[in-house]
Design a protein around this ligand. Structure first.
Ligand SMILES: N[C@@H](CCC(=O)N[C@@H](CS)C(=O)NCC(=O)O)C(=O)O
Length: 216
């Protein structure tokens, strides 16, 4: 009897879901992808993860992962020819990922939706994002262009989707910004076949749909 694939609840543009899909693609670990509408979350998602953020990986009873970094580790611990786990297992990549998910995310939301946070202007929020993440990222990328040393690692894939959002708020400003290593790094990731494979558009999942294998 064929074993059912683990299920990945995903949302195409979500930076956390992107990092999980990048790791799944890199590892070549197959899942059944369910693209969800965050405004109308399916009951099946709520049943396995009441907090219902995406991504969620449902690998069976007692094996539900609700954090993107756990899903990355789960995938790469099964296959990691490019040694993404080992290459990122150093203080600087770990610290940059932690900052991305805490302070940087905080300031990114304010920069993106500055009209909802009128206490300060968008430039002030942008400056905070630069101070907490973009400046140290630039320093880290300057020597080899990767957080994993000679090549990319899980931390590059974890940080990149949120920096992508930051850069997209004001593309003209970003294009002229004084962080050449970070701009090059972002451009390389955005143009990579791995990213293209992760950003394929899937229709919304409906109960009863046949499993949609990812990576394709
Ligand atoms: N810490 C979580 C964060 C995931 C998260 O916040 N995802 C957003 C989408 S980008 C979400 O699902 N938000 C819930 C909602 O919009 O209802 C992770 O790393 O997976």
């Amino acid at each position: 009897m064929a074993t059912a694939l683990p299920i990945l609840y995903s949302f195409r543009r979500c930076p956390y879901a992107i990092r999980a899909r990048l790791a799944l693609c890199r590892a070549g670990v197959a899942v059944a992808l369910r693209e969800v509408d965050l405004k109308r979350k399916p009951a099946a998602l709520l049943a396995v993860s009441p907090q219902a953020t995406v991504p969620v990986l449902d690998a069976g009873p007692g094996r539900v992962l609700t954090q993107s970094l756990d899903i990355m580790r789960w995938a790469l611990s099964q296959a990691d020819d490019a040694r993404w786990l080992q290459a990122g297992d150093r203080p600087t990549p770990r610290r940059l990922v932690a900052t991305t998910d805490s302070d940087f995310k905080h300031w990114l939301d304010r920069y993106k939706y500055a009209e909802r946070y009128p206490e300060r202007g968008p430039d002030a929020y942008r400056d905070e994002g630069v101070r907490c993440l973009i400046d140290p990222l630039e320093t880290a990328l300057r020597s080899t262009g990767h957080l994993g040393g000679d090549g990319p690692c899980w931390a590059d894939a974890a940080v990149f989707p949120l920096v992508r959002q930051f850069a997209a708020v004001d593309a003209a400003w970003w294009a002229a910004a004084p962080w050449p290593a970070t701009r090059q790094w972002l451009t390389r990731w955005q143009g990579s076949p791995l990213f293209a494979a992760c950003m394929h558009k899937y229709p919304l999942w409906q109960p009863g749909d046949p499993p949609r294998r990812f990576p394709a």
